[in-house]
Ligand binder design. Structure first.
Ligand SMILES: [Zn+2]
Length: 397
């Protein structure tokens, strides 16, 4: 590893850059001695000593036992191991669902410390106050690291820069600010993400897309949308309203859509539309709420609905594959799609049949499990923490 850049910067800037470098090595590569850090950075013993002392004072690092004697062939006074201290800060994720808000509190390494679920009327004026109350309650538990950043997962069209939900008709939302009121109340940076953008970030940071720079994800749940990564960073679009795959027109439907138009892909393939059609077919209210559960019903007409959905989503995805040339295509990311292997195989075969073949480096495919969006939202919050506490690599901020 080469030393940190900044040879022409001021002394304090240089020290800050080197503090970021040293904290990052310990955060991501695990405990190390001062001598290890000197070798990894090329910095002198005295510089490493000053940086480590500063980071210890700030609570970013902790001394964590002596270096194993076997690792000190020259003998001498045993050095101590230094460890990144995840208790230096916490982050919170607030996932807004219909009538419920799931709050997840993590330490600075992203490990979950607390989860809670509160009932909130999201169409009410006071809803964000209630969300902030719950974050403060969890963050106020004795022994909890100080809150450093928050991510809000919101449905609807999100303007990522302003953190405003531009539109979500089911809550009666038009131009509802989410970021600014929470940031003012909690006094920490707040970012607002759509679940599909968060999901692709989650898979990129520590899931199925690790090591990929070009990623496409179809996020399949009660609605249907896409997330994309190019050059290793999540695509947000001009106003953050990227990935509205579900509201592209399909030729196989003229049904009305929740967006107010008709014939959208969602009317064939979103969970809300499939649920509605399956209830009509089975003539009952109680039906399975997962694709795997619906496939297990064993009804030929239900199977036909799932078949049509998988083919139509595959066709739409083939357009995006031609557009973006991803190295991996992910499907799912939710409990709704978990274990939907037959659906996934039909989806994959449709994409392969309909997307143009480059003849080499064809994309991989993966069906991914639930919680991609929560993991991505945690990552987005961690990337908002101040240096030197935040992750070394940024996929989002
Ligand atoms: Zn629509």
């Amino acid at each position: 590893m080469s030393p940190a850049p900044g040879a022409h910067g001021s002394t304090s800037l240089l020290r800050d850059a080197n503090e970021v470098l040293v904290a990052g090595i310990l955060r991501e590569d695990g405990p190390a001695s001062r001598a290890d850090l000197g070798r990894a950075t090329g910095l002198s013993r005295s510089t490493i000593a000053a940086i480590v002392a500063s980071l210890l004072r700030a609570g970013v690092l902790v001394e964590d036992g002596a270096v194993d004697a076997a690792a000190r062939p020259q003998g001498g006074r045993p050095g101590s191991l230094l460890r990144f201290r995840p208790e230096v800060a916490s982050v919170a994720v607030c996932a807004l669902y219909q009538g419920e808000v799931a709050v997840t509190l993590c330490d600075a390494s992203g490990a979950v410390r607390e989860r809670s679920l509160i009932h909130v009327d999201l169409s009410s004026e006071r809803c964000l106050e209630e969300v902030a109350d719950e974050v403060e309650r969890l963050a106020g538990v004795p022994g909890t690291p100080p809150l450093g950043a928050v991510t809000v997962l919101s449905p609807g069209l999100i303007d990522r820069r302003t953190g405003v939900c531009l539109s979500f008709p089911p809550y009666g939302w038009t131009d509802v600010p989410l970021k600014e009121p929470l940031a003012r109340r909690l006094d920490v940076p707040v970012t607002v993400l759509s679940p599909p953008s968060a999901a692709v970030l989650g898979e990129l940071a520590d899931g199925a897309a690790v090591g990929h720079d070009e990623v496409l994800m179809v996020f399949l749940h009660i609605g249907l949308a896409a997330g994309a990564v190019t050059r290793g960073r999540v695509v947000h679009g001009a106003a953050g309203a990227v990935g509205e795959l579900g509201h592209c027109r399909t030729t196989s439907s003229t049904d009305p859509c929740i967006c107010g138009r008709a014939g959208c892909l969602e009317t064939v393939a979103a969970g809300w539309a499939i649920d509605r059609k399956v209830r009509q077919v089975l003539r009952r209210k109680e039906i399975p709420h997962t694709l795997a559960g619906l496939a297990a019903v064993g009804n030929a007409r239900v199977d036909g609905l799932l078949h049509e959905a998988a083919v139509e989503v595959g066709r739409a995805t083939a357009w995006m594959v031609n557009m973006l040339n991803p190295s991996i295509v992910l499907l799912g990311g939710t409990a709704y799609a978990q274990g939907a292997t037959a659906y996934f195989e039909l989806f994959r075969e449709t994409v392969r049949a309909e997307a143009i073949s480059t003849g080499h480096a064809e994309p991989e495919f993966a069906l991914v499990g639930p919680d991609s969006d929560i993991r991505g939202a945690i990552r987005a919050a961690l990337e908002q923490l101040p240096e030197p506490v935040r992750p070394r690599r940024s996929f989002h901020v």
